[in-house]
Design a protein around this ligand. Sequence first.
Ligand SMILES: Cc1cc2nc3c(=O)[nH]c(=O)nc-3n(C[C@H](O)[C@H](O)[C@H](O)COP(=O)(O)O)c2cc1C
Length: 491
Amino acid sequence: MQPVPPSDSSSPATWIELWSLREDILLEEQPDDDSVVLRSQWGDLHIPRPGAVLTEALRRMQLGPVQLENVPGTEELAARVRLLTALRQLGGLVVRSIGAPDGEQPLLSVVPTATGVRLDPVLVPEDRLLRLSRFAALRSTGRVSLLESPLSPFRAAFTRPEAGWLIASLGRPITLERAVERLPIARPTAVALLSHLVATGMVEVAEQVAQPHDATFPEDHDPALLPWSHDDLRFHWSSRPGPHDRQFGATYPLRGRQDQPPVLKPAPAGPRISLPRPDPGKPDWDTSLAEALDRRRSVRSHGEQGMTLHQLGELLHRSLRVRSTGDPLSADVLPQASSRPYPSGGACYELEFYLTAGRCEGLEPGVYYYEPLGHELIRLPSDERLGTALLSEAQTGTGMAAPPDLLLTMTARFARVSWKYSGLAYALTLKHVGVVQQTLYLMTTGMGLAGCALGTGNTSLSAEAFGLDWRTESAVGEFVLGSLPAGDETR
Ligand SMILES: Cc1cc2nc3c(=O)[nH]c(=O)nc-3n(C[C@H](O)[C@H](O)[C@H](O)COP(=O)(O)O)c2cc1C
C-alpha cells in the first residue's frame, strides 16, 4: 500500500503529525566524541555525529510529541527529509502521534513495543471494508486507553474519545465512508487515524470489494490463527518474554504496596484429623520409578473397597506435605520459604489442597482442607450438597460410571506468585498444577491406587464449597482418586 500523503496544505489542517521518543528512553549527549546515545530497555543506540537538527529534535522528542516543522533548522525541505530519514532509522524508539489542531492531548499515539519496528501509515482504500482484528483488545490502565494485540508490535494509546469512537465502530466490517458519516470527526482526521491503525495491523482491510456479509479478511482463513482464541493467544503472548515490552520476570511488582501472603496459609477453623504418616524410607509397596512411569495411566473406575485413610495419609505425605520451613532460597525477599516433595517456581508454593471425600475407609464423607505442615485434614463446614455436587461434577468430567471416591482440588493463592513475578505468574501456577498431577499419577500408580487428572473443575462451585473468595484463592486443577478396581492390570 502507498504511504499516507502529508496533510493537504490548501485547507485548514484537522490533524497534525507529531513525533516523540518512547517514555522510557533516556537521551545522553556525549560532546567528547560528538555523539548521542539513546538508552532503552532494548539496549543503547549510539548515533555518531548526529548534527544540530537531529540532536535538537531528539531533545524535544524526549520531552513530548513535537511537530518536526517546529524544530529549528528544518525550514528547508531537504533538511526535513534528512531528519525524517534519520528518525525512520530509530525504529522502535519513536512514537508517532496524531495531534489535534487545538494543541490539547494527541488524538492517538502509536507506541512501538518491539525493537526495530517502524510505523508506516498506509492509504486506507475507500472501497474496502475495515474491521478490528479479533485479537485486538481495548483496555484502560486507569490513566490511558490502550488498543493492543499479541499480533502487533505496536500499541495505540489515547486519552481523548475520538479514536475510541472510531475503534468502537470497527467491531464489524464497515467502510471508511460509513464510519466517518456516523462520527463527529473530520474526514481527514478519521483517515489519518485509520491509516495509523491499519499500519499497526490491529485494523484489517477486506481482501476484496464486498458487502459486509461477504467480505473476508486475512485473519479469517489464516491456518496459524484459526486455532487460537483471543484469550489464549493473549495469555500465551503475555506469559513469556517475546514480542512485547511488558515487565517480565522476578520484578516484585507488589513489593512495598502489599505484603506477600505467608508461606503457609493460616489454617481454617474446624475439627482436625491427624493423618497416618508412612515410614519415610520404606514404602510397603515396591514399584520402581521406571515401573511406575511405564504403568501409569488414568483410571476412571474405583474398586469395591474404598481406599483407606492409611493410604490417603501416605499419598498426601509423600506428595504434598511441607518437608520443612525456614530454608529460604533468597532470604532478602522470601522471608519464609518451605521445602516440599514437588518443585515450585521461585519456591512460591502457592497451591493449596482440598479433599472432597465420598468414600474412604476411616474418613467421614465431607469436604476437608489438607494442612501440609501438620499433615492433618481439617473438616470444613461445607454443605453436604456442595460436596456431592463436586463429586458429581468430577464424575461428569471423567465420564465415570459413578461418582469418584475422592476428589483432590488444587487451589492457588495467586498473590504468592504475582507478588514476585510479572508476566509469567499465572502461567507458572498452571505449570505447578501439572507438576502436582504427575506427582500424584506416579504415586497412585506406585501404590496401586486409581488416579485421573481432571481439567474441568468449576470455579464458583469449589469457591462456595471451600468458603473462598475465588479472586484471592481459586481452584486451578483437580485429581480424582480411589482404590483400583479388582483385576486392574495397573496393580
Ligand atoms: C492436565 C490434564 C487434564 C486432564 N483432564 C481430564 C479430564 O478432565 N477428564 C478425564 O477423563 N481425563 C483427563 N485427563 C487424563 C487424560 O485424558 C489422559 O492422561 C490421556 O487420555 C492419556 O491417557 P493415560 O493417562 O491413561 O495414559 C487429564 C490429564 C491431564 C494431564
